[in-house]
Design a protein around this ligand. Sequence first.
Ligand code: AMP
Ligand code: MG
Length: 415
Amino acid sequence: MTPLLNVDTARSNILAGLHELPAETISLAECLNRVIADDIVSPLDLPPFDNSAMDGYAIRHEDSEGASQEQPVTLTVSLDIRAGAASAGQLEPGSAARIMTGAPIPAGCSAVIPVEDTDDDWQKGEASPLPPELRIGKTLRYGENIRRAGENIASGATIMQAGTSLGPAEIGMLAGIGCAKVNVVRQPKVVILSSGDELVDVHQALEPGQIRDTNSYTLAALVRQSGGLPIRLPIAKDNLDAIRALYRRALEINPDMIISTAGVSVGAADLVKVVMDELGDIDFWRINMRPGKPLAYGTLQGLPFFGLPGNPVSTMVTYEVLVRPALEKLAGRESKPRAIKAAIAEDLTSDGRRSYNRVTLTRHKDGVVARSTGIQSSGALMSMVLADGLAIIPEGRTRVSAGEELSVLPLRDFD
Ligand code: AMP
Ligand code: MG
């Protein structure tokens, strides 16, 4: 018997052979959750010009010295500046300019007084005439309520690094600097294959002995979650011709990765191995993890290939541990270590392999508590529905005691 392969060694072997996919250029509106391929450098200052942060009056701050509610200072009103004004003019000493939020400040202005700190009420509507005089009831500091050119971003600054996933704020920022087209890493196209005489698709009625294929649906969802584009092919029967045809079809699609489930254990109908040997260069790994010991990895005509175990929980757990980092590498996403620490609520046992236990997670004031979801059979997909995370019992341990702290791979948000 070959020794069991360490999980971390398996992962680094896989990652060593994979590279980020090339970039493509897409329009800004299509960019949500895509990964930028290059650093983004701002070609301009934002804001591009000094402007008012308030609806109010632009003044010279020294003219407000000593002004208070009880002793207002009177200024003459000389200008009216709207947002979008191409030029703002010159503010003479002792005068004020009515100004809107976002409008350029006039030369000489060193503060903006909000309208509510003046005797102007602006309740008169759009066409309110400019008052000849204004009383201000507050002393302002130099620069108060002025947004300076470049205070948000300076021209030439790197505002996002290659590998950043674009969310709403990043997309807005790209619009702000005039970036209408964005270079993003191409999304990996992933073909998903299933085989088994017992499997039928979700639309079909169950005959005796049959179950519905769940793996291709969970995998397609997982791939999408990792930023890939899944392509599910129809289920193949357990015979060589059907499986060969399925793999040929997968290769014709010319994807960036192929993932199959089932057929990698030692069952009599595990013909997938035979076909993989014909078409590719595949290692059959016995990995020191539970669930998920049998796993195939290699290339099929040069394309990265995963043969995951067929049990639905094993499929998902091996995806989390080995496939997700691989796909994230292709997609240019930084694979952050996601594990957290949690105290285990009850004694747990393992067989000495690194064991991924389905747990619920609850935040307490002293930290996070992990509780087993109950049945841990690798066929019981419901344990994944219930689980907030996978609590990891390290290899070499056969038992952990209640209260002990374990690393947990979170699968979703929890309270
Ligand atoms: P196998 O690797 O073919 O021996 O399958 C192991 C177990 O996983 C068996 O109980 C199969 O019925 C089950 N299984 C295999 N493929 C799927 C699938 N696509 N969806 C749900 N269960 C599956
Ligand atoms: Mg099977």
